[in-house]
Design a protein. Structure first.
Length: 141
């Protein structure tokens, strides 16, 4: 008789626990998805900034080593950005020759679709993502 009461108690307990996993998943899943989306957005912003920095370095190198004009250096930066698959019209590319130093700045608004890929709550903000590269010209050596 003791075994029957134990089996009945276990089945009563298992009936009470039915659906608990679904409720726990419903509570935890939105937070997990938000965290995952944040990781993806951060990684994407990091990739875009890294690409911009690479383009700025290439343009600065062309300007300082290969005797390119400012327009040719900016075109070089735009070509590098296009090879990464970005729409160049949203980027701002500027160069500066101050003394013996050449500086190229590339910037894009954070609200651009190329930066904020998954931002339903406007968490990325309204700032500007900027990459700057500076090199000394070879003539100064």
């Amino acid at each position: 008789m003791g075994t029957r009461q134990t089996i009945t108690a276990q089945s009563r307990w298992s009936r009470k626990r039915r659906g608990v996993a679904a409720v726990e998943m419903a509570i935890v899943l939105p937070f997990f998805m938000l965290l995952l989306t944040g990781f993806m957005q951060f990684a994407w912003i990091f990739l875009v900034r890294h690409s911009m920095l690479h383009a700025a370095r290439e343009a600065t190198r062309a300007y300082s080593v290969q005797d390119a004009t400012a327009a040719q250096a900016m075109q070089r930066a735009q070509n590098v950005l296009q090879t990464f698959g970005y729409t160049v019209s949203e980027f701002t590319v500027s160069s500066n020759l101050a003394g013996n130093d050449v500086s190229v700045t590339i910037s894009i608004p954070m609200s651009s679709p190329q930066v904020a890929i998954v931002d339903p709550f406007n968490l990325v903000g309204s700032g500007t993502l900027t990459a700057v590269a500076t090199m000394r010209t070879e003539d100064s050596l």
